[in-house]
Design a protein around this ligand. Sequence first.
Ligand code: ADP
Length: 323
Amino acid sequence: MTAQGEGADRAEPDTGSPTAGTVPTPAVESMVVLDHVVCGYGSTAVLHDVSLSLGSGFHVLIGPNGSGKTTLFRCVAGILLPSKGSVTTRAGRNIGYAMHRSAFSSKMTLMDNLRYWSILFGSGDQTRIVESLRFVDLEDRAHQKVGQLSRGLVQRLAVARALLTDAEVLLLDEPLSGVDPSAVEKLLVLFQKLGDSGKCVVVSTHELAELNEMSGDVIVLQNGTIVGQGTPGELLAKTAGDHPIRWRIAGGAGLREAIQALGLTLTGGSVADNVAEFYVKDDAQAGEVNRELTDQGVSVRSSSAVVDDLTRLYRLLEDKKAS
Ligand code: ADP
């Protein structure tokens, strides 16, 4: 079995079993287990005591630039060895790893690029190449040159490349960056489909707006430490304390001042357009604010929660880091 990585120095991974009882028992069978992993470059540790257990499905790894997402992928893919702890994958070393910049020749066709990688991975299986292209819906473009593809399509080709060995674990580093919103939507559907097919798909990103609608597993990495794992809602409930909902009201003159007079802190909105954003405990508290505004004669045009869970989560983490 082979791990797929490009360019970096390769080393045999430590595939020792995790120590019993040190990693929380997951509900589904683990496909990737990191047990108290310390990993980095030379004597500099980037990941500090990371324990993580992932089953099949679509997982998103979020964290600011430099938080260690790529290092974590390299460690799982066996490109970097942990200096402490262990990494175990059910797939052994058959891991599909699509790096941030996937190495494709822009002058060669999609088919030829995949054939090149397939041979490099030791197979060259034409049926598998065609199946991989079909899975990412690029079969019709098989004979186009990669240089003619948009960034979103190149990312889909990178997924096809990661599928060449039918890897059970797919690590996709920043596949959404620089991709336009409609292509992001298609990629998310593709990742979900791969997760539903029984693979463990881990996608890293620092661009969150597109992920707000996802309800799956999110892992939050910060300064090389996992600071949260769960659905966006669960993570927010843990991180945001007792005022988890961002609320936006658009109304008439005096709106922002009236909300502040109620003891709420404005966190956004627009002075010119009389729009206010603030955090509330729950819908009931937002309802009370609306009533107060009406009582004070301030008109309300619209009043609703802002669905930006992951962006909010990110900001909370940044605030924590800064404080
Ligand atoms: P992310 O993917 O979250 O942006 P990385 O894993 O790329 O984070 O980087 C985490 C830290 O490791 C950063 O401080 C970065 O400078 C450092 N780093 C990344 N690659 C190397 C390398 N090849 N040699 C030394 N340090 C590195």
